[in-house]
Design a protein around this ligand. Structure first.
Ligand code: NOJ
Length: 527
């Protein structure tokens, strides 16, 4: 396992909205570089930057037009190389976002692929060679001169790259080991090499499970591709890492990934922690913009039941223990922000949990100050309901909250309009602020090997009808009480008891004799 990952704490940056350095209203690479000290001082030692490549931005950059070129609105490749260097000087590793499943329809590969005359890129994408072949599938017709139709991987602007099919049920489908599929894989490895040769430390991999179509239930063909990529990493880039957007560690880790994200999918255990409002019977669809009730574990009034998370998490944790990690996230550019339904006190307890779980934690920019989800924004660059999560970082009380010197109407997205929009300046150095809580939690994690990625994890008090949750990390016990009442537990009720030294606490905690009392909305670590 890559050594630095064991104590990595990631910060995700949506480059559009983090820091604008040239006054054009949109964030850029130099802006990120100028904020590296802030990131380091909070204790983060790794970054994930969303796609910053040349793109028509129909899906915020997940529609790549040139994998090897930084989008001019963000600066130049040289700016990014400088960012790598400055980050490394500060002990920060940098992951870029790899989008291997699709390109933009404006990518030169696709433009070539759409020509009627056969050429080197004809089979780079999934095409059916007659227009009526893919009825019932996500396909596009009527756009190219080629006598055929192509499959989509996501939006209309994102044609699926061809990695072949697992099960073949129609004659236009190519097998996963056909030369064209291998060429696609090698082209993507070439992209990875390009950036790693220039200082990038690996990739967050978009829709990593989406490559081979009609794959087996356990995604065996897609796994094979990533195992091949992992071999390249182990041989030529042993200090670089691959983190998958897959949400199934039991598949992705044997597939070759170092870590896999938990995601906010319906039915996921992760969702029950922070955003448990889409499964509400009153909310018929799965649109996160529709907010009805919130039953999230970390809501003080939700009567939290941690088993809904553990029942999903533990089988994966046990399956990948010692082989790879699970990455719990505060959120990302696709999820509503936690602050949407959790107040700052609820967030502190939630973050106590996030930063003391095994695996590799990720925090989304702005979550450290409790930035809000902004409702009802018009969709931007294919953001839809995700747009409210992508607004500019709130630094201080200067113009545009320190994000940009542009006219407010020229900002990529509007700032949080509330009078009490949280900002870094207000929370810095203020002992009980969310920001300082995040800083102290990350410092705690760095100081205790037991709390890091490899430290063992075992729930020792977890019940369906009691919101108190205690878990052992190595020789330490962590405890969360998200509810609005104090809860007392006896040592005899906790598997193997608990220590009597309070190492860290948010809210009140009391150990007297055999009793441990966690006050309302508290988080503790006991030695
Ligand atoms: C997942 C990304 O996180 C999301 O933002 C994007 O729209 C899709 N994949 C398509 O690339």
């Amino acid at each position: 396992m890559v050594n630095w990952l064991k104590d990595a704490v990631f910060y995700e940056i949506y480059p559009q909205s983090f820091q604008d350095s040239n006054g054009d209203g949109i964030g850029d690479i130099d802006g990120i570089t100028s904020r590296l000290d802030y990131i380091k001082e909070l204790g983060f030692n790794a970054l994930w930057i969303n796609p910053c490549y040349d793109s028509p931005f129909k899906d915020a950059g997940y529609d790549v037009r040139n994998y090897k070129k930084v989008a001019s609105r963000y600066g130049s490749n040289e700016d990014l190389y400088r960012l790598f260097g400055e980050a490394h000087k500060r002990g920060i590793h940098v992951l870029l976002d790899l989008v291997p499943g699709h390109t933009s329809e404006e990518h030169p590969w696709f433009v070539e692929s759409g020509r009627q005359e056969r050429n080197a890129y004809s089979d780079r994408y999934v095409w059916a060679d007659y227009a009526w072949a893919m009825t019932g599938r996500p396909y596009i017709a009527g756009e190219c001169e080629r006598d055929g139709i192509y499959m989509l991987n996501f939006f209309k602007s994102q044609p699926a790259l061809n990695y072949g099919f697992g099960e073949i049920d129609e004659d236009w489908q190519m097998p996963a080991d056909c030369p064209a599929a291998i060429e696609t894989r090698e082209a993507m490895k070439d992209v990875m090499r390009f950036w790693m040769d220039r200082g990038c430390d690996g990739f967050r991999v978009d829709m990593a499970d989406s490559l081979v179509k009609n794959d087996t239930k356990d995604k065996a063909f897609t796994q094979k591709i990533w195992q091949d990529v992992r071999q390249m990493f182990d041989k030529d880039y042993p200090e670089c890492v691959l983190i998958s957007e897959w949400d199934n560690p039991s598949q992705s880790i044997p597939g070759g990934f170092h870590s896999d994200f938990t995601l906010d999918n319906p039915g996921s255990g992760y969702r029950t922690l922070f955003r448990d409002y889409r499964d509400d019977p009153d909310n018929k669809g799965s649109n996160p913009a529709i907010l009805t009730k919130d039953h999230s574990f970390f809501r003080k009034d939700a009567g939290g039941n941690i088993l809904r998370f553990l029942d999903k998490f533990l089988p994966h944790y046990e399956a990948v223990k010692g082989k790879g990690y699970i990455s719990l996230i505060s959120g990302n550019h696709d999820t509503p922000r936690l602050r949407r339904t959790l107040d700052p006190d609820e967030l502190k307890v939630a973050y106590g949990f996030l930063f003391t779980m095994p695996g590799v934690p990720f925090m989304y920019y702005g979550d450290e100050i409790g930035m809000r989800y902004i409702d009802n924004l018009p969709t931007k660059e294919g953001g839809y309901s995700r747009t409210g999560t992508r607004t500019p970082m709130q630094w201080d009380h200067s113009r545009n909250m320190g994000f940009s010197t542009a006219f407010p109407e020229d900002l990529y997205l509007p700032l949080d309009p509330s009078d009490d929009a949280p900002c870094v300046e207000e929370q810095l150095g203020k002992e009980d602020s969310l920001l300082e809580t995040v800083r102290s939690l990350i410092a705690l994690r760095h100081s205790q090997a037991d709390l890091q990625a490899d430290g063992t994890f075992e729930p020792v008090y977890a019940k369906a009808d009691c919101p108190l949750f205690l878990y052992r990390r190595g020789s330490l016990i962590c405890g969360v009480n998200p509810s609005s009442s104090a809860i007392t537990v006896k040592a005899s009720e906790v598997k193997d008891g608990f220590g009597d030294q309070l190492l860290y606490s948010i809210g009140s905690a009391d150990i007297s004799g055999d009793d441990l009392t966690l006050g309302a909305q508290s988080f503790v670590v006991l030695a």
